[in-house]
Design a protein around this ligand. Sequence first.
Ligand code: AMP
Ligand code: MN
Ligand code: MN
Ligand code: MN
Length: 279
Amino acid sequence: MIDLHCHSAFSDGSDPPEALAAMADQLGLTALALTDHDTVDGLPSFLACQPSTPTRLLAGVELSAGFLGRSLHVVGLFVDPGDGRFRRRLEELRLRRDARNEAMVKRLGELGAPVSLDAVQSRATSRVVSRVHFALALVEAGHASSQEDAFRRWIGDRAPAFVPRRELSPGEAADWIRQAGGLPFVAHPGRFAGRGFRWEEAILDLKKEGMAGLEAYYGDQAPTEEAAFLRLAREAGVLVAGGSDYHGAHKEGISLGTGRGRLLVPDGILAPMEIELGH
Ligand code: AMP
Ligand code: MN
Ligand code: MN
Ligand code: MN
């Protein structure tokens, strides 16, 4: 069993990278990829756990792209954390976040749920300040009863204080990841669009844009969705990725490796990726 999607305190997870590596070992995971949003800064300390951790530790990242008017997440696996151009590109994304965050603070004030930028930033544990940190600050200020409530009432994708970031196109996200030596995958496709959406067409478009495959195994989806996305990948001739999207205490009910309890990402999906990369 492996897990190719999780977050550390270098983005919007609660656990340090070293703790994730240790948990993977305890769980008996064969491989674990750290995929923080818009940063590779957690990867050096994560990868440094390798000689003492039997679990194979892999370098990853998660980006967001605008697709059909909505946000499509992209997980990059096997990226080179030392790639200077990639690191500069990620810093540009963090600057776009900062601008978005200022606009969201303003909006929350106008809507009667004031939080200061300082309060939000003080919840963040790195340069990546995300809506998770807004949720924590909103709960702290008494404007929401829980993180879920904060997303539902204020900052979720369809909530009144949400301000989107200026996003990459899917092709740009795929290029950035490939140019950093990695393979780009459409992350949690079921969260982008579920039943009724023409995934058969969309995945072929995204493949043309450079996507290597899709995350058919995911910590927070039904077994029927998993089966449907595995079939979609097979029919479109793309690779399959999978992981829990563990955020530690910042995403309730999701465990490393097992997701909501029944996730099982098979080791066998790694070999086709390495063939594609020519490793
Ligand atoms: P951002 O990238 O700053 O827009 O924040 C997005 C992050 O917020 C995601 O990576 C999730 O960790 C979290 N998130 C988004 N929607 C929800 C939700 N409805 N409930 C809980 N967490 C969410
Ligand atoms: Mn997140
Ligand atoms: Mn995501
Ligand atoms: Mn994620």
